[in-house]
Design a protein around this ligand. Structure first.
Ligand code: ZN
Length: 336
């Protein structure tokens, strides 16, 4: 009997064998609801609406100015339609990695992980709004596992697209909107193995950065040990990440200049969750202002988390992490 649960390292010919045991196991989930309908923890309320508008920079007075909202056809304050899903999010419950799966969707994802499909990435979300919600109304969501694709080969690895559909209603049953959410559940690609090397590692590796027509050149330069910055040939503006058009003058002509790799921490986060294959958590990630003027997101290494601070001077080097060469930053003056 052939096992197909292990990672398919270095199979550039693209020949893969779908995991029939997994496919048999996930079939019964299709068409079923996650479980009981999810009732919002809080009714639609003004403080949450205000927080949302502050975070989004939405200044429409129908969301926060009762007097202005009263003069509109709504007759009073309403919630931004794009908040629809926010009302039913279950909060930190999701961050407890050790708890058993709470519903069918979580059981389904656990099943994929058990079969080696450890990577997950949201690919698209479509929302439809039927009407505005008013403060005091409580949202009830019913989610269903709508479909699971055949096994697909993607740039991230082989995997399955899982589509879920959620119907949002009020407690009295009135439909207020719906959402289709699609995720790719995949086996992360492994770095290509050199000929004669041992077989692939048993643990899934890091998800490689996606390379396309617009950014492939950047990663190729990184592999040579450089950190290039894209430069507009028309107006000279620097930009990162790489993209085809200058945001200043809309020219599509560009060249690049090398960065010396010196910068300052603009912001950072120490990530504990969600666990991703190929990383040793917790991991510090910095948003670094390069001296040349663009920003770069990269790991901050060899520095105790409590010592990392905004404004810290850092220096870049190119290192192989999880099989991929990428820039990482250390505190300025700290040797490797
Ligand atoms: Zn330009």
């Amino acid at each position: 009997m052939r096992s197909v649960a292990g990672p398919r390292a270095g199979s550039p010919c693209g020949v893969t064998v779908p995991d029939r045991a997994l496919e048999e196991a996930f079939k019964p989930y299709v068409g079923l609801p996650f479980g009981e309908p999810e009732v919002a923890r809080d009714p639609v309320n003004e403080p949450m609406i205000r927080q949302w508008c502050d975070a989004m920079g939405d200044r429409n007075p129908i969301y926060w100015d009762p007097a202005a909202a009263a003069k509109t056809p709504h007759g009073g304050l309403v919630a931004p339609p794009t908040m629809l899903q926010a009302w039913i999010l279950s909060g930190f419950r999701m961050a407890d990695a050790d708890r058993p799966p709470a519903d069918r969707q979580e059981k389904l994802h656990a099943l994929f992980a058990k079969h080696g499909y450890t990577g997950v990435v949201a690919t698209n979300c479509e929302q439809e709004y039927t009407r505005y919600l008013h403060p005091g109304e409580r949202v009830v969501a019913e989610a269903t596992i709508e479909s699971i694709s055949e096994e697909k080969t993607t740039a991230l690895g082989v995997g399955y697209f899982i589509v879920t559909r959620t119907a949002f209603r009020t407690e009295s049953g009135e439909v207020v909107g719906s959402m289709i959410f699609r995720v790719l559940r995949f086996k992360p690609n492994q770095p290509a193995q050199a000929q004669g090397q041992a077989a692939a590692p048993a643990q899934p590796g890091r998800i490689p950065p996606l390379r396309g027509k617009d950014n492939g050149w950047w990663w190729e330069a990184v592999e040579r040990g450089e950190i290039p910055i894209q430069k507009c040939s028309a107006c000279g503006a620097l930009r990162h990440p790489p993209r085809p058009m200058c945001p200043e003058c809309q020219s599509t002509e560009w060249t690049s200049v090398p960065s010396a790799g010196n910068g300052t921490v603009y912001s950072f986060v120490v990530m504990h969750h969600p666990p991703m294959p190929g990383y040793d958590f917790p991991v510090a990630i910095g948003l670094v202002d390069l001296d040349e003027g663009t920003r770069l997101v990269a790991n901050l290494v060899d520095c105790p988390f409590e010592e990392i601070h905004i404004g810290m001077k850092v220096e870049a080097s190119i290192e192989e992490m999880g099989g991929v060469k990428m820039p990482v930053f250390r505190r300025a003056g700290v040797r490797r």
